[in-house]
Design a protein around this ligand. Structure first.
Ligand code: ZN
Length: 480
């Protein structure tokens, strides 16, 4: 099984300076490569897609005919070497790759990696960086591009700050990891101490390593192959429904609650964050004071995120321990925290649209960290062999868990009273019981109210849920 483990690094002064320098050069390298690709595309392919009427989608690494500007997938003597990513180096040899004896035009990433190798021969700042790290930097840009073309994500952005870089598999060596402190050898940086917070003796192999900067702290995130594997999923005999919210972080179907600690939105922290943000943005541009102010802000935000992480782990552990399976809402959080749409008044101006209230609500939603909480639950459940059901979140707080009567008037603030059958409950608890039902598990008969101990809930049937999260868990992509 592959898992990602994080360790806190303890680099010395020299190593810290080196990592910071690398991050600046790597950011410039990435931005340069992105600009080259973007400009090539803008200059050469503008309007082509509309003229030939095939839509705006081309294949990677294809070339167009000079006359018709129709693209071909192969190299052809009378075609111009214009690619959708438009990278044209000064030497023709760089554009052609001959790995199998065939002449094919190289992709943008391929060309730029050759140029990068060349750059290392005469640029001092590039020479200092490990060549693998530079290549991974380009590979990350390639991923960003393919996410844009193939998976409908946003166009790759120019970065103002880069906070991480990556080593290829097996490049980083763990020199020692027996005591409280371990030592890792990072090519180009040297032997760096780290807090040995996990049992590394069970690791069969280390894969890719990422070095991260968070505030003034540095972390190493290692993808490791461990001998343990996940247990088989058992058929559950009990289910815990959870309803996430803002006033209470989680309402459980056994009637208990997990409070919302409001890590960043409690009055004093929110005020301090706003003050620091305002102070930083008012400092003189490009001054030392400005960068100091922003690093103070970054430190505080990092500490708060650690706090939230710790609290959510506790919450997830509590939830997973109480039952054999977990049912939760399949929320689309990015859609929930969108800005309020502007309302036109028909005279060229705008009507009030409640944008301030909505942005305040968005802050509180993001402060809860629901998405991360769901990930933690999924991981803990997978380790315990318990399935997690993500159910349709529609009308969970308006539909009666007992008689399925749906009406807006059922809910009044924190109270839930069914207008059809009179079932009364705390609104969030009611919603969590509705979620439990939708998870494909139903309540036992002859019981008006659920007992306080949710372990007594026995399912009558298990229908196919929408999807079981723990089976779709991509462990290699998660950080634990
Ligand atoms: Zn009812």
């Amino acid at each position: 099984m592959q898992v990602r483990w994080n360790f806190k690094l303890i680099p010395n002064q020299e190593q810290t300076a080196k990592i910071d320098r690398w991050l600046v050069t790597l950011r410039k390298h990435r931005n340069y490569a992105l600009r080259e690709r973007k400009q090539g595309w803008d200059n050469n392919n503008k309007g082509v897609a509309v003229e030939i009427g095939i839509g705006s989608v081309y294949a990677w690494g294809s070339y167009c005919d000079l006359e018709t500007q129709v693209e071909f997938g192969v190299c052809y003597p009378l075609t111009c070497p214009v690619q959708r990513h438009g990278v044209i180096p000064s030497e023709l040899g760089m554009m052609v790759k001959n790995s199998k004896g065939e002449t094919v035009w190289d992709s943008a990433g391929g060309i730029q990696s050759k140029v990068t190798t060349l750059l290392r021969s005469y640029r001092e700042d590039f020479k200092q960086i490990d060549s693998d790290v530079l290549q991974r930097n380009l590979a990350n840009l390639d991923t960003a591009y393919s996410n844009y073309w193939k998976h409908g994500r946003g166009f790759p952005r120019f970065l103002k700050v880069l906070n991480s870089f990556e080593y290829k598999p097996k490049r980083v060596k763990l020199v020692s990891f027996t005591g409280n402190y371990g030592v890792a050898y990072l090519p180009g940086i040297g032997k760096v101490k780290f807090h040995n917070s996990r049992d590394l003796s069970i690791v069969a192999e280390t894969r890719t390593c990422t070095i991260k900067r968070r505030g003034k702290f540095y972390y190493i995130s290692i993808l490791v192959d461990i001998s343990e594997s996940l247990p088989e999923e058992k058929i559950p005999s009990s289910v815990m429904g959870i309803d996430v919210g803002i006033n209470r972080l989680v309402a459980l179907s056994d009637g208990s609650f997990i409070e919302n600690k409001e890590i960043t939105t409690n009055l004093s922290t929110a005020r301090r964050l706003a003050m620091r943000q305002r102070a930083a943005s008012r400092k003189k541009k490009d001054s030392k004071n400005k960068s100091k102010a922003y690093s103070r802000l970054a430190n505080q935000q990092h500490k708060l995120s650690l706090k939230r992480d710790g609290y959510n782990w506790q919450a997830a552990t509590k939830i997973v321990k109480t039952a054999d399976s977990v049912a939760r809402e399949g929320l689309n959080i990015p859609n929930m925290v969108k800005r309020a749409k502007p309302k036109h008044d028909g005279k060229g101006g705008y009507k009030r649209n409640g944008v301030a209230a909505k942005s305040g609500l968005n802050k509180r939603i993001l402060d809860c960290g629901w998405g991360e909480l769901f990930q933690k639950i999924a991981w803990l459940a997978a380790k315990a062999g318990k399935p997690v059901f993500a159910v349709n979140p529609r009308h969970t707080s308006q539909e009666c868990p007992k008689c399925n009567h749906t009406e807006k008037g059922n809910r009044d603030g924190e109270k839930f009273v069914c207008r059809a059958c009179g079932y009364a409950e705390h609104a969030d608890t009611g919603a969590s019981r509705k979620i439990t039902k939708r998870g494909g598990l139903s309540f036992p008969p002859n019981q008006r109210r659920l007992p306080a101990d949710c372990g007594k809930v026995t399912p009558r049937k298990i229908s196919t849920p929408l999807w079981v999260e723990s089976r779709n868990l991509n462990l290699s992509g998660r950080e634990f």
